[in-house]
Design a protein around this ligand. Structure first.
Ligand SMILES: C[S@@+](CC[C@H](N)C(=O)[O-])C[C@H]1O[C@@H](n2cnc3c(N)ncnc32)[C@H](O)[C@@H]1O
Length: 233
């Protein structure tokens, strides 16, 4: 039997956290008369990842025997962070939403428990801004990865429908200005590759052309439904 530990109601859904012998999971109730959907956070390793075909590996510029240090600024359910981890990267992920942070960190401790994948709670813009100020020598990351909630997220085939609904229910509303702030904070790190996940046909997040970011070059890695915009400076 599961024990109900806490719940949160938003305008979009009611989300409860319960626990059973497999750990913590979410129950997502999206409307009256609808059965709540259980969403479990699982981290199962897949077989070998094909580096030439894997979009995320290509987007972060991963090469065999060259593990990268990745900062995931929008951890969510840590699906992408776990993918970087499975590639062999050192991953630091940050999540602002308290319940997501709590459940995902609990499951990471249960299922992954490795120093190579760490989740912290906080705001990525604040974290990156502080890091950028304190940075005296080389940056602590090779890659900064951003996957902000997008207004029309249906095309994000990488997430199952219920995971997407859960993230939409818990995370802050899509906000262009917040996305831009996050991208600008990431681009402050010279020599760090910044990768932004977008639905395939969405416009890119605009960067203010104030002269500070003119050394940007950008390309995209495209999949069937999503693309990764890659910025190097
Ligand atoms: C679309 S989800 C990311 C999904 C994630 N890539 C995965 O694999 O599960 C975006 C997440 O970023 C978080 N987020 C957005 N802005 C943030 C910020 N400034 N700092 C920390 N977390 C943030 C949201 O709370 C949400 O959980």
């Amino acid at each position: 039997m599961s024990s109900l530990d806490r719940s949160v109601s938003t305008s979009r859904a009611k989300v409860s956290v319960s626990r059973d012998d497999q750990g913590a999971f979410f129950s997502l109730a999206t409307g009256e008369g609808k059965e709540p959907l259980d969403v479990r956070v699982g981290f199962e390793r897949r077989g070998q990842i094909g580096l030439r075909t894997d979009l995320l590996a290509r987007a972060i510029g991963f090469k065999k025997n060259n593990p990268l240090r990745v900062f995931d600024a929008t951890a969510g359910l840590c699906r992408d962070s776990f993918h970087f981890f499975c590639l062999g990267c050192q991953v630091l992920a940050i999540e602002a939403q308290p319940i997501l942070f709590e459940v995902v960190s609990e499951q990471l401790a249960r299922q992954v428990h490795s120093d190579r994948l760490k989740l912290i709670r906080g705001d990525a813009v604040e974290f990156l801004t502080t890091q950028a100020k304190e940075l005296s020598a080389a940056p602590a990351f090779d890659v900064i990865y951003l996957d902000p909630i997008f207004a029309h997220d249906k095309s994000k085939s990488a997430r199952s429908g219920k995971e997407s609904e859960l993230l939409r229910a818990l995370a802050a509303e899509p906000d262009e200005a917040a996305d831009q702030q996050l991208l600008v904070a990431a681009l402050a790190f010279k020599g760090v590759r910044v990768v932004v996940k977008r639905p395939l046909r969405a416009k890119e997040i605009s960067v203010p052309a104030d002269g500070k970011n003119l050394f940007l070059s950008k390309h995209s890695i495209k999949g069937a439904a999503i693309r990764y915009d890659v910025y190097t400076c």
